[in-house]
Design a protein around this ligand. Structure first.
Ligand code: SAH
Length: 348
C-alpha cells in the first residue's frame, strides 16, 4: 500500500489495477499516510487559505430524471422555483458584500434559461461585479451555448461526469441520458477555455471499486482544473431512497488521492460531505481540499433545492453560512482566502 502511495506521488497516477488495489486496501494507516501527503501538497501549492465560492441555486426545475436526484423531473413532490435576473443580481450583491469573489450559478437543467437568457444573466453579473469570477453549473448544453456564455464572461463550469463506466452510468440515469454526451460537454468546455470541473458521487448505487478506478483514470486524462466529489446521499422521493449513503472516510481517502494526483486542482469539501458528518467539510480540508462553497441562495428557495435528504444550511441566511464556514476553518488552523481563486495555470 505505502509503495502504491509513493508511486502515485512520484508519477501522478497509477494504472487501473493500482488504483483498485489502493482503494480496496484502505486501512487507517494508509489513509493517514495519504492524508498527510495530500495536506502537505495542498499547503505547498496553496497555503492554508481555503477559497470560498458563493453558491446560488437559482432554479430547481429539471428536464432530466437522474435516479439519485431529488429535483428529478418525476419528483412531483418537489416544490419548484426560479429566480429572475433581478433576484440573481440581488443575491450576488449580498454575496459580494460578504466578500465572495466567485459566484457559482447552479440549477437543474431548466430550459426556461435558454442560451440567450443565460448569456444575459452572465453579462449582467460580470458587468456589475467585474472582479468576481463566474462559475456555471447548468448541465449538458450545446457547444454553441457554452461558447456564447464564455464570451459573455463565464470563467468556469462544473459538470460532474458522475461515473466513467458506461454500464454504471446506465444504472444511474434514464436511457435518454448518454455518458458520451456528458463527456463531449466536458471536452467542449475545456476547449473553449473554461476552467472545468468534473467529478462523481462516492458510494452511488451499484458503484464498484473498478468504477472508482476508472473515474480516477478519467480525471488524469481530462486533467480538469476542479474536481467535485461528495458522498451519495439518498433522497426519500427517488428510486434510490432505500440505498445506503456513501462512506465519509472513503470520500476523504479519494480526496487525498486526487490531491496527490493533481497538486494544483481546486478541490471542494462539499456540502454533501458536511451533511453526512458534522465535521465533514473540516475533514475534507484536512484531507487535501481547498475550496468550500457556502450557500448564497435566498431563504425561501434554499429549502427547495434538495438533491438529497438532510442537507445542511437550509435554514440559514447567506451571512450565517459565510461566517459559520470561516469559524470552522479557523478551528482547524485554516483561514478564508477571499481572492477569485483561479487555478494556478489559468490565464484570464
Ligand atoms: N443539473 C446540474 C447541476 C445540479 S446537480 C448538472 O447536471 O450538473 C449537482 C450534483 O449534485 C450532481 O452532479 C450530482 O453529482 C450531485 N447529486 C445529485 N443528487 C445527489 C444525491 N442524492 N447525493 C449526493 N449528491 C447528489
Amino acid at each position: 500500500m505505502f509503495k502504491l502511495a509513493d508511486t502515485l506521488e512520484r508519477d501522478g497516477t497509477l494504472d487501473k489495477e493500482g488504483f483498485a488495489a489502493l482503494i480496496s486496501g484502505r486501512n487507517p494507516e494508509i489513509a493517514l499516510y495519504l492524508r498527510e501527503k495530500a495536506a502537505g501538497i495542498r499547503d505547498r501549492v496553496f497555503g492554508k487559505g481555503v477559497f470560498l465560492r458563493g453558491l446560488l441555486e437559482f432554479s430547481n426545475y429539471c428536464r432530466n430524471d437522474c435516479l439519485y436526484c431529488g429535483i428529478r423531473r418525476s419528483n412531483r413532490l418537489a416544490e419548484r422555483y426560479r429566480l429572475n435576473l433581478e433576484e440573481i443580481l440581488e443575491s450576488c450583491r449580498e454575496g459580494y458584500e460578504l466578500g465572495f469573489r466567485t459566484f457559482v450559478l447552479q440549477s437543474g437543467e431548466d430550459p426556461h434559461y435558454g442560451e440567450y437568457y443565460v448569456s444575459e444573466i452572465v453579462a449582467a453579473v460580470k458587468n456589475t461585479f467585474p472582479d468576481a469570477a463566474i462559475t456555471l453549473s447548468l448541465g449538458e448544453r450545446s457547444r454553441e451555448a457554452y461558447a456564447r456564455w464564455r464570451k459573455s464572461g463565464a470563467d468556469r463550469y462544473l459538470l460532474r461526469h458522475e461515473t466513467r463506466n458506461p454500464d454504471h452510468y446506465k444504472k444511474l440515469h434514464p436511457a435518454d441520458m448518454k455518458l458520451s454526451n456528458r463527456l463531449r460537454c466536458l471536452y467542449d468546455l475545456k476547449d473553449l477555455g473554461y476552467q472545468v470541473g468534473c467529478g462523481f458521487m462516492v458510494g452511488s448505487p451499484f458503484q464498484r471499486v473498478s468504477d472508482l478506478a476508472e473515474d480516477l483514470l478519467f480525471i488524469k486524462e481530462l486533467s480538469p482544473q476542479m474536481v467535485g466529489i461528495g458522498p451519495f446521499i439518498p433522497h426519500k422521493d427517488t428510486p434510490f431512497k432505500d440505498f445506503p449513503p456513501g462512506d465519509v472516510d472513503l470520500t476523504l481517502y479519494l480526496l487525498s488521492i486526487i490531491r496527490i494526483m493533481e497538486p494544483s486542482a481546486l478541490l471542494p469539501a462539499t456540502t454533501a460531505l458536511g451533511s453526512l458528518d458534522g465535521f465533514g467539510r473540516e475533514k475534507g480540508v484536512l484531507s487535501g481540499a481547498n475550496v468550500i462553497m457556502p450557500i448564497l441562495t435566498p431563504p425561501g428557495a434554499r429549502k427547495k433545492y434538495l438533491l438529497y435528504d438532510n442537507k445542511i444550511c437550509t435554514g440559514d441566511r447567506a451571512a450565517e453560512c459565510r461566517f459559520c464556514v470561516a469559524r470552522r476553518l479557523d478551528s482547524i488552523g485554516h483561514g478564508v482566502d477571499v481572492s477569485r481563486g483561479d487555478h494556478p495555470g489559468f490565464r484570464p
